[in-house]
Design a protein around this ligand. Sequence first.
Ligand code: F6P
Length: 320
Amino acid sequence: MKKIGVLTSGGDAPGMNAAIRAVVRKGIDLGLEVYGIQRGFEGLMEGEIEKMTLGSVADILQRGGTMLKTARSERFLTVEGREKAISVLSTFGIEGLVVIGGNGSLRGARDLARMGFPVVGIPGTIDNDLNYTDYTIGFDTAVNTVLDAITKVRDTSSSHERITIIEVMGRHCGDIALYAGLTGGAEVVLIPEKEVNPNDVAKKVIQDFNKGKLHSIIIMAEGYSMSPFELAEFLEERTGKETRPVVLSYLQRGGSPTMKDRLVASLAGAKAASLLKDDSYGKTIGVENGAIVVCDLEEALEMDRTFDEEMFDLIDVLSK
Ligand code: F6P
């Protein structure tokens, strides 16, 4: 393999730039030509492709977002879209592709692989929702952003003796809520994987205030069955305590990546370039027990999702 491409797709995540930098610089070191594809699969179908140099990726390691831009593409979900993508890649003479993204993006990569195109995936999403890997690039930075918010909200929440509901990202996966809830000392965590009755939330909050707590912090993943506004109204009525919702939204996707995200991104990017150089593809990079591992892409995407129920239970114990 002589020419490879790299793209980022789906929601951006801090550390994507570090991964791009590693693919480009390791690829060039291995004697490959590396092409940057703009705006994910959408830009690929449009031929928005440029040759990268060592200098193209200077000064991006510490930046959030993605220098290649990103998109969610409906058109790529069709066979015609993917055929177009493969024809564009062959026009540029690109023989292998690194796809950096979350669940939907790696499924897109797998669909290209099924059509015979050599791809390697890198997990990049703040959600940590890929079943086959312990870790996805961007998660640590996002959780640290949420922790910062919890610390600030805690000050005002205890001054006013209020309940504050912080909504965090995660439509199908509660990991951001779970990890930020445990490490931020939240009283309650609400996630899509485990239904909790709002009456039980109200009961817990009242008990906590009766025990002398000055505030109550509830971390809610966006995939929970109620919105933070609905729950705030419900809790005010049930507890008689002022309740404020805070929606962190896209704040969680920005910011300079933490050491962990830069490290995993750098190792994963370099590994992806090496795999393609060695004509090894249909793979995706993962993290297992802290080490970088290479998994079969098809098998990786078939694995069932589990969530850490022990961690969920521990939040309750430690917030007593
Ligand atoms: O996939 C990452 C993610 O940040 C989710 O947590 C969130 O639900 C979604 O993206 C938001 O996507 P969009 O950028 O399309 O609004």
